[in-house]
Design a binder for this molecule. Structure first.
Ligand code: AMP
Ligand code: MN
Ligand code: MN
Ligand code: MN
Length: 279
């Protein structure tokens, strides 16, 4: 079976609608797809409807990617198999969405100071009332010709050392794990090697995740060399954590695709091994 347990729709910063995403996943031969939008599960009912409408074989895992703060880093914790109707989870995620709105206001203030005025409303329009992201700011800056590329918008303005960076006040990893577990899900540390930290910190992060109740780490990632995979598998083993895999798909590009090059060796402990849908 082919698994992709990390993907985005336009309910957060992805480009495809939930319907387009599940159709593409089926077309690409994915058997099990998790939709893991940033701080929202609003794509899940839409994806379920689309799967029924088109009579797809695809199995959907209800997921979410929660932003947390840890020693000044923004760490993403993915929840898999959450109950997307859970009232407590929905309440908690509403709090995150409010924080995103408040951060957006502050980013817009900082952008005003560097000469880009009145960008909040057009950025909100790009986000279409969904989970508002720095990506929406980047798209706006690109559209207005203020930058030549999305990556430049991050480097110059939106990333950690950028002129319009706002240090977020996300919840702790522990809290995110609690939100996920109380909604019946499993918690996974997303893309451990993509936080711009030294190996020493990556190891510390993984060790601490185990102590805080995280169930697994993503080990097979897109655009990954064999060493990175082997290292993550070793860290997972050392910390007695399961492993997961996901493309973190946001949009169709020549380099990114659902399920692309995601493979874990047979012997490792996969997060899906005891899932009912797999047996
Ligand atoms: P946010 O959740 O609003 O803080 O935005 C984070 C999202 O922006 C990530 O999930 C990525 O999709 C995207 N992103 C973060 N850093 C970069 C970067 N340097 N270049 C391009 N996209 C980025
Ligand atoms: Mn994203
Ligand atoms: Mn992420
Ligand atoms: Mn992601």
């Amino acid at each position: 079976m082919k698994f992709d347990l990390h993907s985005h729709t336009n309910c957060s910063d992805g480009e495809l609608t939930p319907e387009e995403l599940v159709l593409r996943a089926e077309h690409k031969g994915i058997d099990v797809l998790a939709i893991t939008d940033h701080d929202t599960v609003s794509a899940i009912p839409l994806a379920k409807l689309a799967i029924a409408k088109h009579n797809l074989k695809l199995k959907l895992v209800a997921g979410v990617e929660i932003s947390t703060s840890w020693h000044g880093f923004e760490i993403h914790i993915v929840g898999l198999n959450v109950n997307s109707d859970d009232a407590q989870l929905l309440n908690n995620l509403d709090e995150q969405l409010l924080k995103r709105e408040q951060r957006a206001e502050k980013i817009a203030e900082k952008l005003t100071k560097v000469g880009f005025e009145n960008c909040l409303e057009p950025v909100k329009k790009i986000a279409q009332g969904r989970s508002i992201s720095r990506v929406h700011f980047a798209k706006y800056l690109l559209r207005e010709g203020h930058v030549s590329h999305i990556q430049k918008a991050f480097d110059k303005y939106l990333a950690r050392r950028g002129k319009a960076y706002v240090a977020p006040q996300w919840i702790s990893i522990e809290e995110a794990v609690h939100w996920i577990h109380q909604a019946g899900g499993q918690a996974v540390l997303a893309h451990p090697t993509r936080y711009n930290m030294t190996n020493k910190w990556v190891r510390k992060l993984i060790t601490e995740c185990k102590l805080l109740g995280v169930d697994a780490i993503e080990a097979a990632l897109p655009r990954q060399n064999k060493n990175e995979l082997m290292q993550l598998l070793n860290y997972a083993k050392e910390a007695e954590l399961k492993v997961s895999q996901g493309s973190d798909f946001h949009r169709i590009t020549p380099y990114t695709e659902l399920g692309k090059t995601l493979e874990l060796p047979d012997e490792c402990q996969k997060i899906w091994q005891d899932w009912a849908m797999v047996s």
